[in-house]
Design a protein. Structure first.
Length: 355
């Protein structure tokens, strides 16, 4: 049997959809399982043995029709028996169409049902603390009627070499490993997904006041000016606990460093999803225009906590469209003052700093 799983999206989605491969490998240990992803996401899949081949959707496939056609032809030649399309956009529709697979599974979409043999209705509410996004992905396995206990937690594999690298790096930066080390996801992927910088400084001061801890900043190189602004906004005593430059040069270095940390706190995004896949407790701040029910995975109020302005001031969202909230995200963010977060953050830190 040959199976193709398609997930052409970002790191969090690729991690979640890797669960499809994990469960397929358990159910069909002798099958060829291939996973199609964007080339930029492969670092989080290293060491995963649930799939046989990564089919990389590269920039050239987006920009060059001939290259895209060659990709479609190579997929056609594989003669897959089953295709599971977790992406369900134009790029993947053509892949599914050309695949020739006898069973094609995806989400129900008006006008696209003819492409698939099985069209799954997306769940609107979550039945557990797995999070809606994970429940939706696992539902794509329903047509196969797998007689197994489903794996529900995506994981990232870390090698001993990477752990040794992280240990050496942290030691070279003078990080005292006897103290708790907290990764701070100080920036989202954009300013519209980033807790206000001055508020983040106050949040970091609150964390620093809770104990003698190591604080690591996580941000992209292009966000360094914003990172400096957050750092400069912190109290002088707090600054003594912050390592500003220990960020890692690439995704695998970040993963190795995160694996050496005790928890992560900050903006929702790829860093949070990677930390969860490493088994680290998380405290997440969602942007006002993001619906947290999808990505508040494994939330239990103890190991994984997520906060949204709507949790505190639902009246602000009345009669507001998603588009309006996104456009006015800075105004909504101003209402999400640090004092609202402090009680939950205090409980989270109290639990995890004493472990």
């Amino acid at each position: 049997m040959k199976i193709l799983v398609i997930q052409q999206k970002m790191i969090g989605d690729v991690l979640v959809s890797s669960l499809l491969c994990d469960n397929l490998r358990i159910a069909y240990p002798n099958a060829q399982i291939d996973y199609m992803v964007y080339e930029s996401t492969i670092e989080v899949l290293k060491g995963n043995t649930s799939f046989d081949n990564l089919i990389l959707f590269k920039e050239k496939h987006q920009k060059n029709k001939w290259e895209y056609f060659k990709l479609l032809k190579s997929i056609r030649n594989e003669k897959y028996d089953i295709v599971i399309d977790a992406y369900s956009k134009l790029e993947s529709w053509l892949v599914v169409l050309f695949s020739g697979a006898r069973q094609k599974i995806s989400y129900w979409k008006k006008g696209r049902t003819f492409l698939y043999t099985d069209n799954i209705e997306r769940k609107k509410t979550s039945d557990s603390n797995l999070g809606l996004i994970i429940e939706q992905r696992l539902a794509l396995l329903d047509p196969l009627k797998l007689d197994i206990e489903l794996e529900t937690f995506p994981t990232i594999k870390v090698t001993q070499k990477e752990r040794d690298f992280a240990t050496s790096l942290l030691n070279s930066h003078g990080i005292d490993r006897s103290k708790k080390t907290i990764m701070l996801s100080i920036m989202g992927s954009s300013l519209e997904k980033t807790y206000p910088l001055e508020y983040m400084s106050k949040l970091i001061d609150f964390i620093a006041d809770k104990g003698d801890v190591n604080l690591l900043f996580n941000y992209m190189p292009k966000q360094i000016e914003e990172a400096k602004s957050i750092y400069n906004g912190c109290k002088e005593e707090t600054k003594t606990k912050i390592d500003f430059i220990l960020t890692g040069k690439n995704i695998r270095e970040f993963i190795a460093i995160m694996d050496s940390c005790d928890m992560i706190i900050g903006n929702d995004g790829g860093a949070i999803n990677m930390a969860k896949a490493l088994g680290k407790p998380s405290f997440i701040i969602f942007s006002p225009w993001i619906d947290k029910k999808g990505w508040a995975t494994f939330e239990d109020g103890i190991n994984h906590v997520s906060l949204h302005l709507k949790d505190y001031k639902p009246e602000l969202f009345e009669n507001k469209t998603d588009k309006t909230v996104k456009t006015e995200s800075d105004l909504f963010y101003k209402e999400f003052v640090p004092a609202l977060l402090f009680p939950s953050l205090n409980a989270f830190l109290t639990t995890h700093l004493k472990k």
